[in-house]
Design a protein around this ligand. Structure first.
Ligand code: FMN
Length: 365
């Protein structure tokens, strides 16, 4: 038992080199300091599908296609959204480090893997509130309090789309909407776990041993699953969960906790979800919202099983269930749902646990 306690890092939540990126994030110098902020962004399944090239006056952001999440993201939607999240952190860090940044999205025609070029020039030093929130932003999968988020608070987040053309935020707060979305979320989680390939691709990114977390510095961990401290410690002492029990745990948590404790759902929408530029901009908005929640006493949990399933149905040519259902949630013609999440007021600190990260020096080509 004591070896297992060591092997699984029972007492070590957030410790070791896999978490150094959170502590050192604002200690770097020059353009690398901006990458140190970027790598802390939200990203699908903590796959960190990014590579940066830096010079003193320029940063290029590339997709790392070797780190894709497979059948969970068959059309790269989430990968580009995650790159947009990283770009947002990077741009928040630019003025904080005395740079004025100019961004060109998809700067190399015909090479979508080149997600962005950021030209840097000296500029006034300014540490905005969203920048300061970077090390406090975490995906919180715990139950939230049964307390509504006031409309005025939601409106402040809606306003974060300013300067991100072609992005919009929709909120769902009444019982009927939340019930409808909750049912879709649970059904989509079930459908994903019944799809052998989607289930396998999700499990591949689950790191259950301390050694794997420290070695790979990526993926999902027990610490971030929204369990209490005691349950997390006990779960770490048990033999590593197999794929099927992991799937069951997720569906149960979606049904019993995530969808029962969503004070509001949010959807980031863009005119065309297949457009990589719009995905990057939508990712920037998503990260802004997440940073804002971290600054303002709210928690956020990304929940994308509906669109993961919609894309999978399209990939396999299955009769579409989730595609039309998730589209119907967006009330305006000409807008499509890109990503979804729930927000609410946290009950404690368990949802504020860090996830592993590869530090900037490991992701610079
Ligand atoms: C595009 C995108 C999709 C995501 N989808 C989900 C999801 O469906 N379920 C979930 O629990 N987390 C989801 N996440 C959250 C990531 O798993 C999380 O950002 C990552 O594990 C890093 O953890 P952190 O956000 O706490 O730093 C998503 C994040 C992004 C950017």
């Amino acid at each position: 038992m004591s070896y297992r306690a060591y092997d699984r890092g029972v007492l070590e939540a957030g410790a070791g080199g896999a978490y150094d990126a959170w502590r050192d994030w604002d200690k770097g110098k020059g353009s690398l300091a901006l990458v140190s902020a970027a790598v802390l962004a939200a990203n699908p399944h903590n796959s960190q599908a990014w590579v940066f090239r830096t010079t003193p006056t320029r940063i290029d952001l590339f997709a790392d296609r070797t780190r894709m999440t497979g059948a969970l993201d068959p059309f790269d939607r989430e990968m580009y959204v995650g790159l947009g999240c990283a770009l947002e952190n990077l741009l928040q860090a630019a003025p904080a480090n005395g740079y004025r940044a100019q961004v060109t999205l998809l700067p190399t025609p015909g090479q979508p893997v080149h997600a962005a070029r950021i030209d840097l020039a000296p500029g006034p030093r300014r540490r905005a509130a969203l920048y300061r929130a970077i090390p406090d932003r975490h995906t919180d999968r715990t139950a939230y309090r049964q307390r509504a988020v006031p409309a005025v608070v939601l409106a402040q987040m809606t306003a974060l789309a300013a300067g991100l053309p072609g992005t919009r935020l929709y909120w769902y707060t009444d019982d009927a909407d939340r019930g409808r979305i909750g049912t879709l979320m649970v059904d989509a989680a079930r459908a994903i776990t019944s799809d052998e390939q989607q289930s396998r691709d999700g499990f591949r990114l689950f790191r259950s041993s301390w050694d794997d977390i420290q070695k790979f510095k990526d993926g999902l961990t027990l610490d971030t699953q929204g369990l209490s401290e005691l349950t997390t410690a006990l779960a770490k002492m048990l033999p590593a969960s197999d794929r099927r029990s992991g799937d069951r745990f997720w569906v149960d948590a979606t049904r019993r906790t995530h969808t029962k404790a969503a004070a509001a759902y949010g959807i980031v929408a863009v005119p065309d979800v297949s457009d990589n530029r719009q995905r990057l901009l939508g990712g920037r908005l998503l990260e802004r919202v997440h940073l804002w929640t971290a600054r303002n006493g709210l928690s956020l949990h990304h929940m994308n099983q509906m669109t993961e399933r919609a894309d999978r149905e399209r990939q396999l040519g299955l009769s579409p269930r989730f595609g039309p259902a998730v589209q119907a949630l967006v009330p305006d013609r000409g807008w499509q749902p890109l990503v979804a999440f729930r927000i609410g007021y946290p009950t404690g600190d368990n949802g504020r646990r860090r996830s592993p990260r590869r530090p900037a020096k490991d992701v610079v080509a």
